[in-house]
Design a protein around this ligand. Structure first.
Ligand code: COA
Length: 697
């Protein structure tokens, strides 16, 4: 018998206990074990079978590591069918998370019981597939088509109470799954309860499936798995069970072979791998309970909010009592949002705003904090002044962090007597909402300070990515390059509106020009002015149309006009009719003959610029692995998750083709389009970015 399922005869009940840590994923050994266990129970003279999971959970799903490889027998749908067709009464007792294939095993059982804390769901669409072991056929027979569509297309987890109300489970009981399962099986045997197969129940009442499909497709912003799952539920309503199962299999197999599935699974594993750094193995982070935040603007207040929400006490330093009060107002505003959404209680709100938060205008009050983050004006001289003061007052061992988004952290560290304690912690605004944290490791940063940066990220529920020092670190450096590629396309003939449309179709929530309008065009204007003051490279193309908008006082959403006109509100943008004229004037002045760009060309060039810069970032060691870049773009820059990240996308497109594109673009502009040495090397060796991820694992 397979070790992954432990068999035990307990009177007239056979027990199949899953033992496949950490989450009892339904890998081949588990599936083998379930089949063997059912067969043995049928030979063993028992009346019922109990299935449950040892450890932290019932089966948390199919083994995602097997996805994308040749499927191994026995297949999960056959295991569910075999369980269901047993003449014995089969009871599943759930705890932890019964997800995906796990819930499908439970639905193949005849009776379902759960502990009150159990959660369940069919989250397959989130990894680019759909339920493939009867989930779309059995769930609708229990809870109807409409509710099934909601549950399956959202992939959400349902608590035991709701599951009972919906009719997914039969009972909730306190205890451990073995105890409650045995008691329930005993009761069913004693009552002479019948064997009960969901597949034998009538299919759900039909609804307007085409409308549900279209609505789901629309909501998915290009992601196809949720809409495809609707067709599975439709089959439950329109076809006999066995044929419905076949249809589900076809749809599932189709999704399994898509790039979106590969992208989403890459995201799933990378999200978990990104915080695991070999260099930090065995390195203890420094203790962390009180932090200081310098500067209570949007960023500083957001950081303070995140810290308060996650159990840290915060000393907020501002320049004047008035500024400190304003900072407190911002923090309370953020926290009352959390209160309104039910994330914290009134008592917690009061504790956070009245006790855990203190305000000061004196650096001396930062003497006892474990870590301090500055979020002051983005200028080197200002940062240096702050760090000199921190060096004078902070206790030995305190971590001194800068939230700079592009300044040199080595240079900042150098003004202190303790550069080993200095690190960059680059949050994204609003910092209590955005998931990304770049942990910027300077030359002299001590390993336990890096570990503390990651520990803080974990405590604040962020996705933390290790970055090295360079202008813009990982994210902003790559952003600067692909934004420039977009600006060049505009000079050469595209419009901002076409570019936004093409990239929104690619899956970004907002195109780059809509994003600029949201962030404020004055930010880019200031950067361009300072770059010009430093002196542009003679071969660099300067881009000025955005300056014209700024000169007219149009800074985007905050002034009501930018690339778009927001007269009807921030959500109803219409192209600003003056923009094409500004662009044409610049083309004419520069002697550029514009040409048309197709949407496909726009996406290709934009992505080529992103991938090329990302490859430089990895090649130079600014990001340790390609997946670090992928997670940065996913969690900080709205990159569509279903493409996996720019470097996963590049792998799926084919690196030789992308390099060929870049070389072709270089014929027009060999300064901007310099192929990344790492990309050339991978192409020459016939390898992919993902190979580098695997080597680093
Ligand atoms: N297949 C293979 N490995 C899985 C897995 C699965 N279905 N689900 C989780 N794991 C692995 C994780 O990769 C992680 O491995 P690591 O420790 O090497 O990084 C480990 O199990 C623990 O998972 P983690 O997510 O860190 O734990 P958690 O307690 O925060 O969350 C779950 C547990 C089950 C809720 C979460 O892992 C999850 O949502 N899994 C996917 C469930 C799913 O989509 N199932 C449907 C597939 S059909």
């Amino acid at each position: 018998m397979s070790d992954a399922i432990q068999y035990e005869k307990h009177g007239d009940i056979a027990i199949l206990a899953a033992n496949n840590p950490p989450v009892n994923a339904l890998g081949k050994a588990v599936r083998d074990g379930l089949l063997e266990g059912i067969a043995r129970a049928e030979q063993d003279g028992v009346k019922a079978v109990l299935i449950y999971g040892e450890g932290r959970t019932y089966f948390a799903g199919a083994d995602i590591k097997e996805f994308g490889k040749t499927p191994l027998e026995p297949y999960l749908p056959d295991v569910c069918t075999r369980i269901e067709s047993s003449p014995l009464i089969v009871v599943s007792a759930m705890h932890g998370t019964a997800l995906g294939g796990g819930l499908e095993i439970a639905l193949g059982s005849h009776y379902r019981i759960a502990v009150p804390s159990a959660r369940m769901g069919l989250p397959e669409v989130l990894i680019g597939v759909m339920p493939g072991a009867g989930g779309t056929q059995r769930l609708p027979r229990l809870i109807g088509a409409e509710k099934s569509i909601e549950v399956i297309t959202s992939g959400r987890q349902i608590g035991a109470k709701e599951a009972l109300e919906l009719g997914i489970i039969d009972r909730i009981a306190e205890g451990n799954p073995r105890q409650i399962g045995l008691a329930y099986a005993r009761e069913l045997i004693d009552q002479g309860a019948p064997r009960r197969a969901v597949s034998e129940m009538p299919g759900p009442e039909p609804i307007d499936f085409d409308a549900a499909y279209e609505a789901t497709l629309q909501k998915g912003r290009g992601q196809i798995s949720p809409a495809t799952a609707v067709r599975g539920v439709q089959a439950a309503a329109e076809l006999p069970f066995d044929e419905g199962m076949k249809r589900e299999r076809e749809l599932f197999t189709y999704l399994m072979n898509t790039d979106q599935r590969a992208g989403l699974i890459h995201a799933f594993f990378s999200e978990r791998a990104v915080g695991k750094l070999p260099e930090l193995e065995g390195v203890e982070p420094r203790p962390l309970s009180a932090i200081g935040v310098i500067g209570g603007g949007t960023m500083g207040a957001g950081i303070a909010t995140a810290a308060l929400l996650n159990g840290l006490s915060v000393t907020m330093l501002e320049m004047s009592p008035e500024a400190a009060e304003a900072a407190k107002g911002r923090i309370s505003g953020n926290l009352s949002g959390a209160l309104k959404r039910g994330k914290i209680s009134q008592a917690e709100f009061e504790e956070m705003t009245e006790k855990a938060l203190s305000l000061t205008t004196s650096y001396d009050d930062l003497g006892q904090v474990d870590l301090v983050i500055e979020a002051v004006f983005e200028e080197m001289s200002v940062k240096k002044e702050v760090f000199t003061k921190l060096d004078a007052v902070c206790k030995p061992g305190a971590v001194l962090a800068t939230n700079t988004s592009y300044l040199n952290v080595d240079e900042i560290a150098a003004v202190t007597s303790r550069p080993e304690d200095v690190i960059g912690l680059h949050f994204f605004s609003p910092a209590h909402v955005m998931k990304l944290l770049e942990v910027v490791v300077a030359d002299k940063t001590a390993p336990d300070v890096v570990a503390t940066g990651f520990a803080l990220g974990k405590q604040l529920k962020k996705i933390s990515v290790r970055a090295g020092v360079c202008d813009g670190f990982i994210g902003n450096r790559i952003l600067a390059t692909y934004r420039t590629a977009a600006d060049h396309m505009i000079l050469d003939g595209a419009t901002p509106f076409q570019i936004d449309e093409a990239l929104e179709e690619f899956g970004f929530a907002m195109g780059p020009y809509a994003v600029s309008d949201l962030a404020g065009l004055d930010i880019g204007w200031a950067v361009r002015k300072s770059k010009r003051a430093e002196g542009l490279h003679p071969k660099a193309r300067d881009v000025e149309f955005a300056d014209r908008l700024c000169e007219q006082g149009h800074f985007g959403q905050k002034t009501g006009k930018g690339y778009y006109d927001y007269a009807a509100g921030p959500r109803s943008r219409v192209p600003n009719p003056d923009v094409p004229g500004l662009i044409e004037a610049e083309r004419a002045a520069k002697g550029i003959t514009p040409h048309e760009f197709t949407k496909e060309e726009i996406v290709r060039r934009y992505m080529a610029a992103m991938v090329n810069e990302a490859a430089k970032v990895v090649g130079e060691g600014i990001a340790r692995r390609p997946l670090d870049v992928d997670m940065t773009l996913l969690f900080g820059y709205g990159f569509p998750r279903y493409h996996g990240g720019p470097l996963k996308w590049a792998d799926l497109q084919g690196l030789p083709e992308l390099l060929a594109d870049i070389k072709r673009y270089a014929e027009e502009d060999d300064y901007f389009w310099q192929p990344a040495p790492l990309l050339e090397q991978l192409v020459a060796e016939g390898r992919t970015f993902d190979d580098l991820n695997k080597e680093a694992a």
